[in-house]
Structure formats: structure tokens, C-alpha cells
Design a protein around this ligand. Structure first.
Ligand SMILES: [Fe+2]
Ligand SMILES: [Fe+2]
Length: 193
């Protein structure tokens, strides 16, 4: 059964589930997703981009213990990095909640919005990038924003986002999660969505 909630109804729903600051971020991701979709003629439905963006962090205000319990009770397969950093579990839990709500078509995109995955689909790619690039994010400089805005495809933007992350990780002695590494390798070899 698919969900027929309007964009306004989804806004109200998300507003009731997350903190005010998280809600503003969610709207910003939704708006950025619409922007990317029309800019790159991705042919996804604008309402789907908007609603999926709104819903992506629906479980973001859950406690680590509750996230772990939910994944256990619902036998959700997890990445090892998610087990070590339970906050990341808001992605698989959010995906499951959104599916329960009748938005099955957003499940994969929301599942992979934290780690990224080469099989996350076009909507997944847009949400992954919108989550990183939305204008409320403070970790990007103005010149980085301008540079991203000039790039000619979502894949090129994503590869550069990942390169920037890799650089940041190196400085902090961190490394990509397996799923993120898979996405990076796929794009480096010219893979498309
Ligand atoms: Fe998130
Ligand atoms: Fe987010």
C-alpha cells in the first residue's frame, strides 16, 4: 500500500517526530534535493525528492539504545561500522519506519543516506548529496560551494564530496566504511546512477 500523504502532511508528520533544528535541516535537504533533481534533469518526481528529503532523518533523535533494540527486534541487517557507531543506525531504522508508513520507494535512499552505497539508486544519490550540501551545513566554505555548484553531474559532485571526506579522514586517522569505499571505487571507475 503506497502512501498518499501530501508534502504539507509529510512536513507536519516530520515536525512532530524531530527537534526544531532537525526539522529545519530536513526541509533544507528536501529543498536541495528538488534543486539537484531539476538542475541535472534526473527525471525523478519533485514531490518524491521533497518528501524523501523531509523523511530522511526521521529517526535521528532516537537514543542509541532504542535504535539498537529496533534493529534487533526487526532483524535489520547492519554494516559493521553501524554496530560500532549506533548513531548511524538512524539510517536503517528511518528506512524501516518510512517503509512501514507506506513509502517503500524511499526505503533504499534513506537506508544509505549516512554511509552512501553504489546501489542506493538515483534518489539515494540525490538525498546523500543534499544531506551534505544543504545550505545550513557549516562545514563547507563558500568557495567549496561555488565549486560544487559548477560540477557537471551528480556523480562528479559525489566523487568530489568523497575525496573531500577522504582528505578529512586522513587528517583524523579515520577511514571509509565498507559501503562508502564501495561507492568511491564505483565512481572512480566511471560508474553512473
Ligand atoms: Fe542522517
Ligand atoms: Fe540529515
Amino acid at each position: 500500500m503506497s502512501n498518499t500523504m501530501s508534502c504539507t502532511e509529510v512536513e507536519q508528520y516530520v515536525k512532530s517526530k524531530v527537534k526544531p533544528k532537525r526539522y529545519l535541516h530536513s526541509v533544507s535537504v528536501a529543498e536541495t534535493a528538488i534543486y539537484l533533481n531539476s538542475k541535472f534533469n534526473t527525471n525523478l518526481d519533485q514531490d518524491d525528492c521533497y518528501k524523501c528529503g523531509l523523511l530522511h532523518d526521521i529517526a535521528r533523535n532516537w537514543q542509541a539504545g532504542d535504535l539498537l533494540l529496533y534493529t534487533k527486534n526487526n532483524q535489520i541487517p547492519l554494516e559493521k561500522e553501524e554496530v560500532h557507531h549506533p548513531l548511524l543506525l538512524h539510517a536503517p531504522v528511518g528506512a524501516s519506519l518510512v517503509k512501514e508508513l507506506g513509502f517503500e520507494e524511499y526505503e533504499t535512499a534513506i537506508r544509505w543516506h549516512t554511509l552512501g552505497n553504489k546501489d542506493m539508486g538515483k534518489l539515494g544519490l540525490i538525498i546523500y548529496l543534499a544531506d551534505y550540501l544543504e545550505p545550513r551545513r557549516t562545514f563547507l566554505t563558500d568557495s567549496q560551494r561555488v565549486a560544487y555548484n559548477k560540477m557537471e553531474s551528480l556523480e562528479i559532485i559525489c566523487l568530489n564530496v568523497l575525496k573531500q571526506m577522504k582528505h578529512h579522514f586522513k587528517d583524523n586517522a579515520l577511514s571509509f566504511a565498507t559501503s562508502t569505499k564501495g561507492l568511491y571505487d564505483y565512481l572512480k571507475e566511471g560508474g553512473t546512477f
